[in-house]
Design a binder for this molecule. Sequence first.
Ligand code: GLN
Length: 196
Amino acid sequence: MSAPRRRVGVLALQGDFREHLAALRACEVEGIPVRLAADLEPVDALILPGGESTTMARLMDPVLKTAIQQRSAAGMPVLGTCAGMILMARDVQGGRADQEPLQLMDIKIRRNAYGRQIDSFETEVESRAIGGSGPAVFIRAPQLIERSSHIDVLAVHGGLAVALQQGNRLALAFHPELTPDRRWHQYFLSLDGEAR
Ligand code: GLN
């Protein structure tokens, strides 16, 4: 495990970035809203929040997008929750034509895959990453369709992989930021970062 991370950026274009900033505060870590590439400079890790991936992709400055891709390639840890998971995917089904994902993980995702009847629910998900079982809020969540052999599955729900890790990139189909349980954030903060 690396030293505790001091500054963690949260993409703050749309969605529930405030909840992630509050979760970081609860973990005694400074959270920094990220809107432009310059905001990324001082951060040691980045969170892509839940919300609407189409809107976030549309609002994202191309310079910021490239900066995120470069920092991630250099080893900056990235956590994506729900819409954030969609942004991290290599390929998105059901996205908009102009919704180019960041392609940080070798996963293929289907948006809004749970259907209307069960599109939002709260359940318990078990994972070694959090040392047991914890609450998981799913809201119009994506589903994994394909993954490469580099991807570790950290949690499964209803036969589907809902927590995925590739190196220090972590994608969750649910919203740990919407519960008071901080173990997923703690797990993310424990991942090794860049040598800077
Ligand atoms: N359905 C949303 C999307 O496609 C994700 C929902 C969420 O983040 N809760 O971006």
